[in-house]
Design a protein around this ligand. Structure first.
Ligand SMILES: Cc1cc2nc3c(=O)[nH]c(=O)nc-3n(C[C@H](O)[C@H](O)[C@H](O)COP(=O)(O)OP(=O)(O)OC[C@H]3O[C@@H](n4cnc5c(N)ncnc54)[C@H](O)[C@@H]3O)c2cc1C
Length: 464
């Protein structure tokens, strides 16, 4: 139940293993939070721009299973722009991990020498500990900000380096982020492997990535049923026996995977089932953090870059959707340019009106991209999601239940379940694969779906 990435990954993996899967989704489309829809004027709009990284091995496996891998464009050059027009580029050179980005880091203009030295010292602490520094993995979890201060980071290093990467990757401010998640991002994406940092961006509207899911499930005799919200669950003698839909229709199955957000899961599970499963007693402890997406359509091209990271502004990323969606040989030249801006952990924008957000972001885009100053803004849309992801606050992992429960027939999936990963598409797919594994295990099969992390390569191997 639930056609987000967790439910889709579980459903497709189980269908691949020969199971007959019936997937129920309340909305008329698949993809959950990582989806797109069509506006009344025919425009395809992502719920919000989604990006993946080279280190997201399970998401990559999922895209391959459903025939969407070629719809993700990977980039190994990251462009940073500050309000004064200073540009910084990060990319790998010929050196092995973990020094593969040293060249671009040394010449990275938005940071001064003392900032770079402090960053190098903190990265070395992560590297020498093989990604698990003791001061972040002690019994009492600490915030990323506390860890950075302990490692004497300059304020510019925090603002223009750590914060820029981590707030987008984890959707939370540094003082509300568990240091383990922050350190893991740098270990997996930047230190362990040369390709972990590569940014993957869909070249189609998000919903188009899931077209192969229905085919994979139906091929094995299963079904994908849209517009079907689960209203309640039917338990008998402590086992899950059925799901109840509108009109009291009940569907039975050998196993049920609830791949719903944590609050919906909590609503559907009766008290006695939560008491029987101590790991389900904390579903109300998750906090959430917001993301705001701003969509601008200009009358002309204002940037050639596929995406840009802005420094010292509310706007964190600008994605050039026109370029990202462009086919190899377009039949007609592009008319204007469509940009999508992303602001993660957008607490400051939650109470602002749509007009205020558009004004603020337009000013920042025009400051960063001189060509936008002359261009006409043809239209604009703001999509605020106040509860975009669960907050990766220090210690949150203790509330995250496993995909397996003590209740026969009941399994869980969702980015918020125990995966070790923060709320990401990779985390959601991992949870789906883990749920599929425990369903099969309950039927006596040991089939595995979870993919290993990228191998630790180059000189980094000497530290694990
Ligand atoms: C604005 C935004 C930007 C993001 N950006 C990124 C990014 O760049 N990179 C990244 O990796 N991650 C990003 N994420 C996080 C990512 O989208 C999520 O971690 C992931 O999609 C969660 O998948 P899920 O299947 O666990 O949950 P969901 O996607 O929430 O899926 C749950 C599904 O259950 C359905 N459902 C709910 N109740 C019922 C019911 N009663 N019956 C039937 N169906 C029901 C819902 O409709 C939904 O389809 C972003 C999230 C948001 C909101």
């Amino acid at each position: 139940m639930g056609g987000g990435l967790a439910g889709l990954a579980a459903g497709v993996a189980l269908a691949d293993a020969g199971c007959r899967v019936r997937l129920f989704e309340q909305r008329p489309y698949l993809g959950g939070r990582a989806t797109s829809y069509v506006l009344p004027n025919g425009e395809h709009v992502d719920n919000c721009q989604h990006v993946t990284l080279g280190c997201c091995t399970n998401l990559e496996d999922f895209y391959k299973r459903v025939g969407s891998a070629d719809k993700i464009k990977f980039f190994d050059r990251l462009v940073f722009l500050d309000p004064q027009g200073m540009t910084g580029i990060m990319k790998a050179d010929f050196l092995p991990a973990p020094v593969h980005m040293t060249g671009s880091f040394l010449f990275f203009a938005p940071l001064a020498y003392p900032d770079k030295l402090s960053i190098a010292r903190a990265l070395a602490a992560i590297l020498f500990a093989g990604g698990r520094p003791k001061d972040a993995y002690a019994a009492d979890p600490i915030s990323m900000m506390a860890w950075l201060q302990r490692h004497k980071q300059t304020s510019t290093a925090i603002e223009r380096f750590w914060r820029v990467v981590l707030v987008s990757a984890l959707n939370e401010e540094l003082d509300r982020t568990d240091a383990r998640f922050g350190i893991d991002v740098f270990w997996k994406a930047f230190l362990a492997n040369r390709s972990g940092y590569r940014v993957g961006v869909p070249s189609v509207p998000l919903a188009e990535l899931y077209e192969g899911c229905r085919i994979a499930i139906e091929k094995k005799g299963g079904e994908v049923i849209l517009r079907s919200p689960v209203r309640s669950l039917h338990f008998e003698n402590g086992s899950l026996k059925g799901a109840i839909f509108d009109g009291g229709r009940e569907e039975s199955a050998d196993s049920f995977i609830l791949a719903l957000p944590q609050d919906r899961t909590a609503e559907l599970l009766p008290k006695e089932i939560r008491f029987a499963n101590p790991s389900l007693a904390h579903l109300d402890k998750f906090k959430v953090s917001p993301i705001t997406g701003v969509h601008f359509w200009f009358d002309r091209e204002v940037t050639h870059e596929p995406f840009i990271t802005l420094l010292d502004t509310q706007t964190q990323w600008i994605f050039n959707k026109t370029a990202l969606y462009r086919k190899e040989d377009p039949a007609t030249p592009d008319q204007g340019q469509y940009l999508q801006l992303v602001i993660s952990a957008s607490y400051a924008l939650v109470r602002k009106s749509r007009e205020e957000i558009i004004d603020l972001c337009l000013k920042e885009v025009r400051q960063a991209l001189p060509a936008a100053r002359e261009a006409q803004l043809v239209k604009a849309t703001v999509i605020k999601d106040a509860a975009a992801t669960f907050s990766p606050e220090p210690g949150v992992d203790q509330w995250r239940p496993s995909q397996e429960t003590k209740t026969p027939g009941l399994f869980l999936a969702g980015d918020w379940t125990a995966t070790g990963w923060p709320a990401t598409m990779e985390g959601a797919v991992r949870s789906g694969y883990l749920a599929a594994e425990v369903v099969l295990r309950s039927a006596g099969s040991r089939q595995k779906f979870l993919q290993p992390d990228l191998p630790v390569t180059g000189l980094s191997r000497f530290f694990v």
